[in-house]
Structure formats: structure tokens, C-alpha cells
Design a protein around this ligand. Structure first.
Ligand code: S3P
Length: 176
């Protein structure tokens, strides 16, 4: 049976690095949505936002979700932080796979984000420490109802990546 695991959550919560580790542990193919889109478009996410606009980026994400939904191989997908908030993406992911919300607070995420991590994300670029936490707190609250539609919610704060991979692998198995 084909399994599709979608990691969702706010920018910088660790979807990509955890996704890569989870893919190794499960043997599923790893897809990083931002990376896949950048490769296909031949442009960085920030250039796509700047030159094509956010709407174009969101439609590209939607098309990729549909493609992954029809995949014939098992996947671990690290979604972009905005994916769950757009159209019926959450419903579609829940229909074809298991969605896992990696929850962290704005403060935790801010302390994990490198200057490059801020710079490469068009929505966070140019914000100083104080503004970053304020923006993320408001934006996360707006997004929470979408993220909360996930099948499983994992509070990541006190957990190491090793523990998270173990917990999520177990959750995937239990919900086959
Ligand atoms: C976005 C999240 C980013 C990327 C783009 C927009 C968002 O992905 O898709 O910068 O709106 O939350 P990450 O969650 O991987 O940073």
C-alpha cells in the first residue's frame, strides 16, 4: 500500500531536516516542496515571489500537491509553511495520506532561524528579532486553524530529532 506522509507547520519549524531523516528511517522517497519547485522553475522561492508573485507560487504548490497525491510510491513530503492555508490543500492531503503538524512556538522558531534562513524566506526577510517574533506570533495564530486540521499534531518543543523520527514512524505504522 502506498503511503504518503505530509509534514506541515510554520516556516523554520524543521520540516525539511526532519523529513529527510524520516525518509531515511521509513525508506520512503523524500520530497521537499520548496526544493522541488525551485528546481523545476529554475529560480529560488524568493525570486518566484518577486517576479511571478505569491499567487503564481501558490498555484505551483497546488499542482505539486496534486501530483504527489497521485504518486504510486510511498513519500515523505516536507510541505511549504503556506501550503495548508491555500484552497483545499489540507483536505486533499488528508484524503490521500497522513498529515503531521510539527508545532513550535514563535520564540522557539525565531531562536532556530539563521540569518540565511530569514533571508531566503520572502515573508521574514528584513525583520529584526523583535519584529520577527511579533510577525510570526500573529501569522501563526491566523494559520493555526488550518494546521490544526492535520491528522496528527506533534508538540516538538522538548523533543530531539531522534525522538521525533521515532514517534512519527510509530504513528505512521499505527495508522496504516
Ligand atoms: C512560506 C513558507 C516557505 C516557502 C515560502 C512561503 C509560507 O516554506 O514556501 O517562503 O508562506 O509559510 P518553509 O515552510 O519551508 O519555510
Amino acid at each position: 500500500m502506498v503511503k504518503r506522509v505530509f509534514l506541515i507547520g510554520y516556516m523554520g519549524c524543521g520540516k525539511s531536516s526532519l523529513g529527510r531523516k524520516l525518509a531515511k528511517a521509513t525508506g520512503f522517497r523524500f520530497v521537499d516542496m520548496d526544493g522541488e519547485i525551485e528546481q523545476r522553475e529554475g529560480a529560488s522561492v524568493s525570486d518566484i515571489f518577486q517576479y511571478e508573485g505569491e499567487e503564481y507560487f501558490r498555484r505551483t504548490e497546488r499542482a505539486l500537491i496534486e501530483e504527489l497525491a497521485q504518486s504510486k510510491e510511498s513519500l515523505v513530503v516536507s510541505t511549504g509553511g503556506g501550503v495548508p492555508t491555500w484552497g483545499d490543500n489540507m483536505e486533499r492531503m488528508n484524503e490521500v495520506g497522513q498529515t503531521i503538524y510539527l508545532r513550535r512556538t514563535a520564540k522557539q522558531i525565531a531562536s532556530r532561524l539563521s540569518p540565511h534562513g530569514r533571508q531566503k524566506r520572502p515573508k521574514l526577510r528584513g525583520l529584526n528579532d523583535e519584529k520577527l517574533v511579533a510577525f510570526m506570533t500573529t501569522n501563526m495564530a491566523e494559520r493555526e486553524p488550518f494546521y490544526a486540521k492535520a491528522r496528527h499534531i506533534v508538540d516538538c518543543a522538548e523533543m530531539s530529532d531522534v525522538e521525533l523520527v521515532e514517534l512519527i514512524s510509530k504513528t505512521i505504522k499505527e495508522n496504516e
